[in-house]
Write a protein that binds this ligand. Sequence first.
Ligand code: N01
Length: 546
Amino acid sequence: MTVTSTQARSAETATTVLDAVIIGAGISGMYMLHRLRALGLKARVYEAGTDVGGTWYWNRYPGARVDIESQEYSYSFSEELEREWKWSERYAAQPEILRYLNHVAERFDLRRDMVFNTRIASAHFDEASNTWQVATDTGEQITARFCIAATGCLSVPNEPRFEGQDRFTGPTYHTGRWPHEGVDFTGKRVAVIGTGSSAIQSIPQIAQQASEVYVFQRTPNYSVPAHNGPINPAVTEGWLASREENRQLQKVSRAGFIFSNPGGLLATQTGDNERREVFESRWAQGGFSVQSAFADIGVDPVANAMAAEFAADKIREIVKDPETAEKLVPKGYPFGAKRLCVDTGYYEVFNQDHVHLIDLRETPLTTITETGVETTEAGFEVDAIVFAIGFDAMTGALSKIDITGREGLSLTQAWAEGPKTYLGLMITGFPNFFTITGPGSPSVLSNMIVSIEQHVDWLTDLIGYMTGVGIALIEPTLESQNAWVDHVNEIAGHTLYTQANSWYLGANIPGKPRVFMPYIGGVGAYRELCTAVAANGYMGFKLRRA
Ligand code: N01
């Protein structure tokens, strides 16, 4: 079947015919649509939510905000867009980011090719027609030459699996699926289960309203202060004045934002006083800059222990009650090996009398009852429970769709031992199926928006090339995929990241294979690799003419 660039919806089959189906209307789906339209392709986005925004649509919990500075966490593809949008805070909060994404959707008239309230249920590659046969949960059938998963890395909430949870008679919330109308906790007793980024951002906000807050912590996380505040207009002007240069710096940087490049110093070769000064100045600067204070923090256990000790001292300094402080100090895994959190008043909140920390390592959670949460030691009566227990990261969204490639190979089978991709972009056996910021790419170890733009631009070039020279199909060879998977694992193995039970490794989901999913080689190096692959005739891929 030849797919034309004009939309045809055949009355006989009621099949929607597209060039490309894009799954998800988050930051990646929005930009992908924009680029494919410019190529003259008929593309359409399908989205389960009622509107655009992806992660910023779903994660509306109190305190949700980006932890990369706002200007850096914005699209770069349109200079006009960048100049006309003014961020109000150093780290924008969720409502402002969602307003921005709505603005982008309107400005580029994206919604006219978006279908909301609709999930993609299945996507099967049809070898006879070289097309993807896609079905929605509303019964729509779509045939498309390209299928693009813009499904996000942290979009499927980790399901609560607590004994007795259904008995609880009060309301429960998951930070990743927060009610749109908000929640008023005024005067309520609230349990928060989990102490990852979502909890660390929301607990100080919840504590402003609640009468009692019980924080159930299984593993303490390292958190650094955001030092958030209104953006100084001079900072915005400075950013815009050097816009080209700044955007270029992001592209070649380690993690897609300017401060992510480690300084030249090694912690282990720096004197005690100077090392302390460097850490202090990074702490004062705020955000992720602490993690990149020294080049050896992520790879050398001795250097890492120095960063860990500095962070622990800070916790002991901030939290007045020594026992609580000690419980909050992470132990047993390297600094930064679980994703570093960036907070506003997290440790300070434990100095308030109505905020209580329950250490589940000492007293495990046994059950949820009609009226609260019980541990091996005590019962806590609460009016509401907040599950801040994270996501089925990186593979969760794809595993929820029935995807089959050539010869009926299902993605579940192909990824039974963990995700395998070439460059995080494609999977052997799944021609013309693309994963934006998929496993095996820098994705969650980077400023997502920079990595998204890089993938979308690369894919747009590829699709433009295929269309231009009459290539029907592309997929990676098994050898190139295997080599990439080995490379991803090998360099992760040189770091301390694999030494923590993190969601990077799938450790938070029972039964998930333990594989380090993102590519840790750095945004700049990865971009160079992808560019070289394209420049060398899409090296490592098989391309087939129609
Ligand atoms: O989820 P998490 P998150 N019993 O997986 C605990 C991004 N993000 O939503 O560590 C008790 O980090 C679990 O404990 P443990 C960011 O990339 C960004 O907070 O498994 N506890 C952990 O404490 C982030 O990393 C921002 O022992 C249980 C917590 O729940 C990612 O999203 C803001 C449990 C889950 O922490 C995920 O963050 C928010 C159980 N059965 C999120 N199961 C920004 O700032 C789980 N836990 C941009």
